[in-house]
Ligand binder design. Structure first.
Ligand code: 5GP
Ligand code: ZN
Length: 117
């Protein structure tokens, strides 16, 4: 069922505390933790605790939860002292998505090129 934990999902395991992660924020509905392979001084992943595979399916099924993720991304950046940041949702393997539990990458703390590669 949409939103239910998936046994084979790495980020569901992080939500459950079964895989360790460096948490930076937690709310009733979201978790934010540092990326294991950071691409910028601030590289934090913001996820809903509920499992949705990508940002579009999250927004379609649970718009308030999508808003919670976006709001938390802003708080993560602010708490890391970032005035500017990039929020990225890789969607689909050809776009670089490797974990199919929706996550926003909060990237900040260095110059960020536009357009991205
Ligand atoms: P994607 O490629 O799906 O957009 O992003 C997945 C991200 O998850 C990657 O940036 C990768 O470094 C990160 N990642 C993969 N495994 C782990 C893990 O076990 N812990 C943490 N904190 N991040 C992970
Ligand atoms: Zn999951």
């Amino acid at each position: 069922m949409a939103g239910e934990p998936q046994a084979d999902c790495l980020f569901c395991k992080i939500v459950a505390g079964e895989v360790p992660a460096t948490l930076v924020r937690e709310t009733e509905t979201t978790v934010a933790f540092r990326d294991i392979n950071p691409q910028a001084p601030t590289h934090v992943l913001v996820i809903p605790k509920a499992h949705y595979p990508d940002v579009a399916s999250l927004a379609a099924a649970a718009p308030q939860l999508a808003a919670d993720v976006a709001k938390e991304a802003g708080r993560v950046a602010a708490e890391d002292g970032a005035e500017a940041y990039r929020l990225v949702f890789n969607t689909g393997s050809a776009a670089g998505q490797t974990v199919f539990h929706v996550h926003g990458h909060v990237l900040a703390g260095r110059g960020l090129q536009w357009p991205p590669g």
